[in-house]
Design a protein around this ligand. Structure first.
Ligand SMILES: Nc1ncnc2c1ncn2[C@@H]1O[C@H](COP(=O)(O)OP(=O)(O)OP(=O)(O)O)[C@@H](O)[C@H]1O
Ligand SMILES: [Mg+2]
Length: 140
């Protein structure tokens, strides 16, 4: 019993410096999501959200960190993505969260899609200081 809890009690942190760092984060996310029991579609969608946040860090902040974590709320397990950087920050948050506001040369997922895919989404960004995003997907 105890080992089952320990089994799910895992997390991984990644330092992001270059586009190729994305692969390892997405690979690990898929592995954690599969182990948690998310179906293929869930794994794909949530891993896409991870990829989007990781791509944004590298593209806009050059470097930063992502932590993937299995969390628990009572009997419910959830998958938490925490993305943080000390890049330029987002000065126009309203526009950044709009579907239409996109440079369009990434995965085309965008922040609004991350918000839609995940159950909880929080973004804090201060121009000149950086950006911090926490998003959670709970298991059904
Ligand atoms: N970590 C970040 N640091 C600074 N600015 C960011 C960061 N993430 C997003 N942004 C800003 O928010 C905007 C919207 O991001 P979003 O991911 O929705 O779209 P995109 O990256 O432009 O296009 P797409 O993701 O569809 O390729 C970006 O164009 C960028 O200006
Ligand atoms: Mg993007």
């Amino acid at each position: 019993m105890t080992s089952a809890i320990n089994f799910l009690d895992e997390q991984a942190t990644f330092d992001l410096y270059e586009p190729s760092d994305n692969a390892q984060v997405v690979f690990t996310a898929r592995k954690m999501l599969a182990r948690m029991g998310f179906d293929q579609t869930g794994q794909y969608l949530i891993a896409s959200a991870v990829s989007e946040l990781s791509t944004n860090i590298i593209r806009y902040a050059q470097k930063g960190k992502i932590t993937l974590r299995v969390i628990h709320n009572g009997d419910k397990a959830g998958f938490e993505i925490n993305a943080r950087d000390q890049g330029p920050g987002i000065s126009d948050m309203e526009n950044a969260m709009k579907e239409t506001y996109s440079s369009g040369n990434g995965l085309g997922i965008g922040l609004p899609s991350v918000k839609r895919i995940m159950d909880e989404f929080q973004i804090q960004s201060t121009p000149g200081l950086g950006t911090r995003i926490t998003a959670i997907k709970w298991m059904d």
